[in-house]
Design a protein around this ligand. Structure first.
Ligand code: ADP
Ligand SMILES: O=C(O)[C@@H](O)C(=O)COP(=O)(O)O
Length: 424
């Protein structure tokens, strides 16, 4: 097997977002769940995106898993590996972006690594090292109340410096806008002064093309889907990959369809409210989900009553004050993990009741669901919304299924209906 680009994503929705971007840019792409097992026959591809669930686990464990994935990709010929992080830089002062970057950089024998979470398609831009979500700095966006990694500082040079052992520098927009040579020169300066990571400003796709061109000459880069776009365009421009036209039509799979939401992002809360106008919605009791196993049974009994008549949505999602109250009672990790596992149990029950079309909202939530269903890999189907493709399972114990794994923050208000319309 040969491929041009190896990627490691720190969560599953992030992986499908990146895979979507690469496919859209013309790379034949497969998304694997973890390191593929030896017996999984992968199709011929230009890019492999290995999905890990390491965004919110202990840094030492995240490092170990990322290094294993990196080794797998390198031993199969990946000259360049991109580490995919969230476009809102989701992390805490304990990691995991910095520790993983430090370890992969050391393994690659590289001095300075380009880092950019910019993703203009979803309005994430970086200027003077500050990350903007739409019109506001990261710390003024809804991400300041994320249940697992509240983002309270928009200055990524500062944020990353608190997580890495090396110095963090900046490649300013004026440098980026002058093109690849100018970025390369700045990176060489930073490298000569021993700077381990260079946050690169980027506002437009042309900025990411220039950053991608420079990154490709190195072994490692770190960023969100905008960086993937830059790398994909760089590979095609260099003639390393022939542009492939992605499928824009989904093959019909039929059967019952369901949506599950564990994201508490403001975008997902609006999408659930909109879905209530068009499909039966069950709002779970988060306290019961953490403390009483019977809540999952209640959900499955409710689903059994409704599922034959059309799509349904089951949600644990709650507004920031309710999330804080639950966390104060049970702890941040225990409530997050408990709810993820309950939603995974509900997903498994739904699939056992015949559901083959499943939409999941939330990164950690998607990770728990996909792991429970033991799906080994996905082929990338048509785009539903920016950053969210339709995914078709590749192998696995439940036969062919289609899924959409939605990052909490992505999609318009009608996302659930939009996804179900494409996953017909
Ligand atoms: N009502 C709730 N109260 C507290 N935490 C919740 C609630 N509902 C879901 N969660 C947890 O919040 C986290 C949401 O993270 P995630 O699924 O990654 O969504 P996003 O994509 O928005 O980041 C998960 O750990 C989930 O279990
Ligand atoms: O880059 C992004 O914003 C997404 O691809 C992503 O990583 C989303 O993470 P979640 O919001 O936790 O799903």
């Amino acid at each position: 097997m040969t491929f041009a680009l190896g990627c490691i994503a720190d969560d599953y929705t992030g992986a499908s977002d990146l895979a979507n971007t690469l496919a859209k840019e013309g790379l034949r792409t497969v998304q694997t769940i973890g390191i593929p097992s030896a017996d999984l026959q992968l199709p011929d591809v230009d890019a492999i995106v290995i999905s890990l669930k390491i965004r919110s686990i202990a840094a030492s464990e995240a490092v170990e898993r990322a290094r294993d994935a990196d080794k797998w990709l390198r031993t199969r010929g990946a000259a360049h590996v991109m580490y995919k992080i969230c476009s809102t830089f989701d992390s805490t002062d304990a990691g995991n972006i910095g520790p993983v970057l430090d370890a992969l950089r050391a393994d690659a024998g590289q001095t300075s690594v380009l880092v950019t979470p910019a993703f203009p398609a979803t309005d994430r831009t970086v200027y003077k090292g500050n990350l903007f979500v739409g019109a506001v700095p990261l710390n003024e966006s809804p991400l300041r109340d994320h249940p697992l990694n509240p983002m309270r500082d928009a200055n990524l040079v500062r944020v990353l410096a608190r997580q890495t052992t090396g110095a963090v520098g900046l490649v300013e927009l004026a440098t980026v806008a002058r093109g690849a040579d100018s970025i390369r020169t700045r990176l060489e300066q930073l490298s000569a002064s021993g700077t381990g990571a260079a946050i690169a400003d980027a506002v437009f796709e042309t900025d990411l093309e220039a950053i991608g061109t420079v990154a490709l000459a190195q072994r490692l880069s770190v960023g969100a889907s905008g960086l993937g776009l830059g790398l994909a365009r760089g590979l095609i421009a260099a003639g390393a990959v022939r542009r492939y036209e992605r499928l824009t039509q989904a093959q019909r799979i039929g059967g019952p369809a369901a949506c599950l939401a564990g994201s508490c992002s403001s975008a997902t809360l609006k999408q659930i409210a909109r879905a209530e106008q068009t499909m039966p919605v069950l709002r779970l009791d988060p306290e019961n989900l953490v403390s009483k196993p019977s809540e999952t049974l209640r959900a499955l009994n409710w689903a059994t009553e409704h599922i034959a008549r059309g799509p349904i949505l089951i949600a644990s999602s709650a507004a920031p004050d309710a999330v804080s109250r639950l966390q104060a009672r049970y702890g941040r990790e225990a409530s997050g993990h408990g709810i993820e596992q309950s939603l995974a149990t509900i997903a498994e029950g739904l699939v056992q009741r015949g559901v083959r079309r499943l939409v999941v909202a939330g990164g950690e939530t998607s990770g728990a669901v996909v792991d429970r269903l033991a799906i080994p890999a996905f082929e990338i189907g048509p785009e539903i919304a920016a950053g969210v493709p339709m995914l078709r399972t590749f192998g696995g114990r439940y036969g062919e299924m289609v899924l959409a794994l939605k990052s909490g923050n992505f999609g318009g208000e009608g996302f659930f209906a939009d996804a179900l319309a494409i996953m017909a």
